[in-house]
Design a protein around this ligand. Structure first.
Ligand SMILES: [Zn+2]
Length: 271
């Protein structure tokens, strides 16, 4: 039997009778909350009490019919966890699992106004999958190579396409550089946690400020790699570290928000 709102509306209906009549598998609390909800909201649904042909509630939940949203809200077990579309795609291109919390924090990163505009624009493009890596550009421009800039400079014979994941993390030219630079800010055991997932997503520590600071440091590492790619030069670990160090120092001096974040991050930050 398909439940409709009318099943809840009969005058003086008790839970026991409702269950016997409908065989519905819902507990008394849920029954009461649905009934209460329908009663409370019924004035906003035109002619609810006289509507003989209500869609079954199950269908109502997926429909856009007037009043259906109320039932979605009442009956949905938990609010549907929605990962923003851009991050769903980003997690595919980087081959990472990115949860709701991390996706929210990634989408918040480019909003921090202590970051310079170039970094913010870079992050926006990176997380919205519009960065001009060769694998992407080659789809739009005929004859444009899809190969990795660094691998070409190094004359590496493997055919490495320049996607986001390769360029920033798995390319031979950058893999040690990422580990070295991030490693300097982490404890010895924490260094084991540097991975594709933590570099593109979040470290998932309990302290939020630690996660955010690491996301920002990771963003500066990526920006450094990107700048090298654009200039057509090879990145180095020393240059990467000194670039990130300068960024931290300048931002620390100029932004109270960043100072507080870094100060409570528990990371090994010196300059
Ligand atoms: Zn490469």
């Amino acid at each position: 039997m398909a439940l409709t709102p009318n099943h809840f509306l009969r005058e003086g209906l008790q839970y026991g009778t409702f269950i016997r009549e409908t065989n519905a598998r819902i507990g008394v609390e849920r029954y009461n909350s649905i009934k209460r909800g329908i009663a409370l909201k019924s004035h906003s649904i035109q002619n609810l009490k006289h509507a003989p042909n209500w869609d079954p509630i199950v269908r109502l939940m997926d429909s856009s019919k007037k009043g259906s949203r109320i039932f979605r809200m009442l009956l949905a077990h938990s609010p549907k966890i929605l990962i923003p579309h851009n991050i769903v795609k980003f997690s595919e291109t980087t081959d990472c699992v990115i949860g709701k919390k991390t996706s929210d924090s990634l989408n918040k990163l480019w909003v921090y106004n202590f970051l310079d505009n170039a970094t913010r624009t870079f992050l926006f493009k990176l997380h919205n999958n519009t960065l001009g890596v060769n694998a992407r550009v080659s789809k739009f421009i005929r004859g444009h190579t899809d190969m990795c800039t660094f691998c070409m400079i190094n004359q590496i014979e493997d055919e490495n396409k320049e996607g986001v994941s390769h360029l920033f993390f798995s390319c031979m030219t950058v893999e040690n550089l990422v580990l070295n630079t991030l490693g300097r800010y982490l404890g010895v055991e924490e260094r084991e946690l540097v991975s594709r997932g933590t570099f593109f997503g979040s470290f998932g520590f309990e302290e939020e400020n630690k996660n955010t600071t690491l996301q920002i440091i990771s963003a500066w590492i990526k920006k450094y790699i990107w700048d090298c790619k654009i200039k057509g030069i090879l990145p180095t670990a020393e240059q990467c570290y000194s670039t990130v160090k300068d960024r931290i120092k300048t931002t620390f001096e100029n932004s109270k928000v960043f100072r507080e974040m870094v100060g409570t991050s528990g990371l090994n930050i010196r300059f």
